[in-house]
Design a protein around this ligand. Structure first.
Ligand code: IP8
Length: 257
């Protein structure tokens, strides 16, 4: 088995973002079906979607401990909800009889952003990690996004030859708002000196939405690693990319290219 794939299943892809703690089970199965066909070592990161962002936003967990706010119940609930979402994924992985280990970041990561502390766990089977409520030296706790995990895995482990952010509802980065976009409005390649029209979803997303994804993807591309943003509702596109072909989606290239 040569080469490693680092892939994120975005929260907006694997959950129904409008309804609290609702998984998209058919989508999860279709994505795991793709993983079952991959002959490379896989690092799977998943986002939180409606299992994390709504409660985390209400209790302002990304800001850490705040006076006059009882956040303990929310810290506990979001952690439990994330384990539940993780279980929907790993149940599917088990149904496909794939080897895997899950490493909840609360157990090994401290802090947030690309420089969070902690040694990245790695398994011989599929390594599964996810955006989580983690401890923080200054703020007591905070939210670590799966996008930061993507950056660290993609750039710190050896032999990564493909990095994919699989999203829900969009084919990649668009030149116009998603509701107005035709297929001609998709950037086939994008570098940080170009603008894009991203629905940031601040009303929902506590970690930075598409903006954070694109920032971390650019940082990975800067190290010379191939990075793609694709629509995970078409899982065959993921397989095409892993097999070294091109697919409908946006390839992020470094600003230096
Ligand atoms: O969806 C956020 O992770 P992301 C994690 O990957 C929580 O940004 C708990 C909101």
């Amino acid at each position: 088995m040569s080469g490693k794939v680092v892939i994120k299943f975005g929260g907006g892809l694997i959950t129904d973002k409008e309804n609290m703690c609702t998984p998209n089970l058919d989508v999860i199965d279709s994505l795991v079906d793709v993983l079952s066909k991959v002959e490379k070592q896989i690092i799977l990161v998943h986002g939180a979607g409606s299992f994390g962002h709504m409660k985390a936003k209400k209790a302002r967990l990304a800001e850490g401990r705040l006076p006059d706010l009882n956040q303990d119940i929310s810290v506990r609930e979001v952690r439990e909800d994330m384990l539940l979402l993780n279980k929907y994924l790993t149940d599917s992985i088990q149904r496909y009889d794939l080897d895997y280990s899950t490493y909840p970041p609360r157990d090994w990561a401290i802090g947030t952003g690309p420089d969070f502390k902690g040694n990245l766990p790695l398994s011989d089977g599929i390594t599964v990690v996810f955006g989580d409520v983690v401890n923080d030296y200054e703020k007591e706790f905070t939210i670590l996004s799966g996008d930061d995990l993507m950056y660290r895995y993609a750039t710190e482990i050896d032999d990564v030859d493909c990095v994919i952010f699989a999203m829900g509802g969009v084919d990649g980065l668009l030149k116009v708002p998603p509701s107005e976009a035709t297929e001609n409005d998709l950037f086939k390649t994008w570098s940080p000196d170009m603008n894009f029209e991203g629905k940031h979803a601040t009303e929902f997303d506590v970690t930075g939405g598409i903006g954070l994804k694109v920032t971390r993807a650019s940082m990975i591309a800067e190290k010379g690693i191939e990075v793609w943003l694709v629509n995970g509702m078409y899982p065959e596109r993921i397989l095409e990319l892993i097999e070294g072909k091109t697919a409908i989606g946006t390839k992020i290239v470094s600003g230096n290219c």
